[in-house]
Design a protein around this ligand. Structure first.
Ligand code: CA
Length: 236
């Protein structure tokens, strides 16, 4: 099954948000609407989108300052970002690109133009993200197709569990502390407690089923992924 790219739309005008959302949905994307920077930030902390459409003029933090903030944060820095600007604001466009936007679109724009820009930006991003497939024991993960398999059978993982597993699989047997995992998997962990890691590790084990024992807790140190899980210790 093809995955549906998620597009976070940060736009304060409901009429534009509605129009863009409908068009995205009809063209194979999953829109998520945030009406300002705070709402967008909450979305980003929950799950990362495949692309951000960011309006320049927003109440509260401007699109420009949001672009700078997200580009500076490890968790969000590689998300493709397209800015929506008003007609003829040349300095704005330059500033937007300087702030790390991949492209900009001038309002009013046609649906076809918007979709073409989105597809172009997503295509350009592919080589950077093609981290390839990894396998540990009989567990395999492909970051390009977002698939995880155990003994040839597909497993369903949430986005955070997928990222967590991908990170653990890149260096099997190595022990990762909770703070290292927060840093590498969540990136910007200002808002996240270390306990969150435990919650996601638990969910990851559940999602992995039989392969769940490959994710080991190393007491006082953190977690690791091992190809040879130790059988649970029994008393006597
Ligand atoms: Ca606006």
């Amino acid at each position: 099954m093809k995955t549906v790219p998620r597009v976070l739309l940060v736009e304060d005008e409901p009429a534009i948000a509605e129009l863009v959302s409908v068009n995205l949905r009809h063209n194979g994307f999953q829109p998520i609407w945030a009406e300002d920077g705070d709402a967008a930030q909450r979305e980003l902390e929950t799950a990362l989108p495949d692309l951000i459409l960011l309006d320049w003029m927003l109440p509260g933090q401007s699109g420009l300052s949001l672009a700078r903030k997200w580009r500076a944060a490890a968790r969000t820095k590689s998300i493709p970002l397209i800015m929506l600007t008003a007609r003829g604001d040349e300095p704005d466009k330059v500033a937007g690109l300087d702030a790390g936007a991949d492209d900009y679109i001038t309002k009013p724009f046609s649906t076809q133009e918007l979709l073409a820009r989105i597809r172009a930006v997503l295509r350009r991003r592919v080589p950077e993200e093609a981290v390839q497939a990894v396998a540990v024991g009989e567990l395999s993960l492909d970051t390009t197709t977002h698939r995880v398999q155990w003994r040839g059978h597909p497993l369903k993982l949430g986005p955070t569990e997928f990222k967590l597993l991908a990170h653990l699989m890149k260096s099997p047997e190595r022990v990762h502390s909770r703070s290292q995992l927060l840093d590498k998997v969540w990136g910007d962990h200002v808002f996240i407690e270390e306990r969150t890691v435990d919650v996601h590790v638990k969910r990851l084990r559940e999602s992995l089923g039989e392969a769940g024992s490959m994710v080991e807790t190393v007491r006082g140190a953190g977690y690791r992924l091992t190809a040879q899980p130790q059988p649970a210790q029994r008393a006597g």
